[in-house]
Design a protein around this ligand. Structure first.
Ligand SMILES: C[S@@+](CC[C@H](N)C(=O)[O-])C[C@H]1O[C@@H](n2cnc3c(N)ncnc32)[C@H](O)[C@@H]1O
Length: 226
């Protein structure tokens, strides 16, 4: 339950989160991609870990029976609950918990989604978290994972990080530059090959792994049967 790196229990951080993200992400396009990748059905249920301001949980809740929106930050959850309530969504449960201490009291779910949250855990705990996620899914159930993952050439790590920092500065200004520097210094993003192996060892088969600009990865996986 401890915040690592950015403190998402800060009111200011949460209030400005959606606006800051809109400078560097196309949230609507991401959401459409997730809905299509998961092929959600109206009778299915989904857990989102690190649900943040609830943008995705709100959109997903229109496509399925119910969403468990899990986050360690009370401030994030309150903000998300207010937002989704005003949109008339009543099939989202907001639960204050982390990847590691979440206890699920329903049937295994059809899909788990987590975006930009797993890097808050160091690799040992990431592996345990992915194992726990696998335990929450029905066989064949899907995992959609988006996070900052390094798929860079090792010997060029410095140039690669500086390049991405410069692009952040150009696109989104000093604040995003500082955030990303803080991310590289203090948060626990890992390498592509580590993440792929962790997914495999926790019982997932990767359907697609997209490494875009070598810093952001999207994995669509399913839990192996048997
Ligand atoms: C960068 S935000 C991402 C929010 C949202 N998923 C998005 O894509 O914009 C990270 C979120 O993960 C949450 N978080 C941090 N550590 C966590 C943990 N151990 N378990 C679950 N959520 C965590 C934070 O409170 C925050 O809401």
């Amino acid at each position: 339950m401890r915040h690592v790196g950015t403190d998402y229990n800060s009111e200011n951080e949460v209030r400005n989160y959606d606006e800051r993200m809109s400078k560097i992400r196309d949230i609507r396009a991401e959401t459409r991609g997730i809905i299509s990748a998961l092929d959600l059905k109206p009778d299915q249920s989904v857990i989102e870990f690190g649900a943040g301001t609830g943008e995705l949980s709100a959109a997903i809740s229109e496509q399925c029976r119910g969403v468990y929106a899990v986050d360690i930050s009370r401030v994030m959850l309150d903000y998300a609950a207010k937002k989704t309530h005003s949109l008339g969504r009543n099939n989202i449960r907001f639960i204050q918990a982390g990847f590691l201490n979440y206890r699920h009291d329903g049937d295994p779910v059809d899909a788990v989604i987590t975006q930009l949250a797993l890097h808050h855990l160091p690799d040992f705990w990431k592996q345990i978290a992915i194992l726990k996620i696998s335990g929450l899914l029905r066989p064949g159930g899907k995992l959609y994972l988006r996070d900052i993952v390094y798929s860079i050439k090792l010997e060029k790590y410095e140039a690669s990080v500086n390049h991405v920092l410069d692009s952040f500065k150009k696109i989104a200004g000093d604040e995003m530059f500082d955030k990303f520097s803080n991310h590289v210094r203090n948060e626990y993003s890992t390498f592509d090959w580590v993440m792929e192996e962790m997914l495999y060892r926790a019982g997932f088969d990767i359907e697609t792994a997209d490494y875009g600009d070598n810093f952001m990865a999207v994995y669509v996986c399913h839990k192996r049967r048997g």
